[in-house]
Design a binder for this molecule. Structure first.
Ligand SMILES: [Zn+2]
Length: 274
């Protein structure tokens, strides 16, 4: 984790010493509290069954302490312009098992530009904006450091060499700190698939056949998958399918296979296919 230090330093500077909005650069006149815990249960109830799995739990005393000293990274106006929590959507990962996917925002301006600048050009000045948005994800109900892990979408060695860093892992590390839930890197990406960009849903799924291999057994039963952008959810679906198929006990009893692991997925942004 030592290589994450420069990202952390930049974030501290942005969070505690820069009093300007990370998006419009005006001075933040009104302290902007983090709204991750202010997500009302009424909003969730109106979103249907899939959404209820994302009910936030009460903030810990540590989270309250951090909120007090954290004035936020965006001005009120920008905060409200980007934090539209998309309705969760689901994909099938095994017979009778669905994977709910919750994104923090939509993959539109200005998030699209910020994500691309960070991901493809390692533009660190965009990281505070991405982190601010990431913190809007409702904390998964009932999940804590002793019963859950975050599984960042693994990258290929080829892509890691080309980029020199792993953007999804950097974001997942920040989510891990925010939720106080550890990261688990027990899945390897064994494919050398072409980029998912521009492919149809069917092409995306077949592109990801046998793309992931478990290198160790998950340490807990609750797995929170994370990716930067979920478009059709095909990558998260393939990762969820791989975990299900490689951890399911070989049994003819169907009831054993339905809820062996509790898997949910999160993304920074939900993109439209274009
Ligand atoms: Zn602003």
């Amino acid at each position: 984790m030592r290589y994450l230090a420069p990202y952390q330093t930049g974030l501290w500077l942005a969070e505690y010493f820069d009093i300007r909005c990370q998006l419009c650069r005006t001075y933040r006149s009104v302290p902007q509290p983090q709204l991750a815990h202010a997500y009302s249960s009424q909003d969730v109830e109106s979103r249907g069954d899939a959404a209820t799995q994302f009910l936030p739990s009460r903030p810990s005393s540590m989270a309250k302490y951090r909120q007090r000293f954290n004035s936020g990274l965006l001005c009120k106006h920008c905060h409200h312009s980007i934090t539209w929590l998309p309705t969760p959507f689901t994909v099938d990962i095994a017979a009778g098992t669905i994977l709910p996917i919750q994104a923090a925002t939509y993959y539109d301006y200005p998030m699209r530009q910020a994500i691309r600048a960070f991901k493809y050009r390692e533009n660190m000045t965009k990281l505070p904006l991405l982190l601010h948005t990431l913190r809007q994800l409702p904390r998964p109900h009932g999940c804590h450091k002793n019963n859950s892990v975050i599984v960042a979408m693994p990258t290929t060695e080829q892509r890691l060499i080309k980029r020199g860093f792993d953007p999804v892992l950097v974001l997942a590390t920040q989510l891990s700190k925010h939720w106080q839930i550890p990261l688990w890197q027990g899945v390897a990406r064994i494919d050398n698939t072409v980029s998912q960009q521009g492919l149809t849903r069917a092409e995306r799924l077949s592109n990801l056949d046998n793309a992931f291999a478990l290198i160790e057994k998950p340490p807990v039963k609750r797995l929170l998958l994370f990716d930067d952008v979920a478009t059709t959810g095909a990558s998260l679906q393939a990762l969820g399918q791989a975990i299900c198929s490689q951890t399911m006990p070989l049994t003819s009893d169907e009831s054993h296979t339905t809820d062996y692991y509790h898997i949910r997925a999160y993304a920074l942004a939900h993109g439209s296919q274009s």
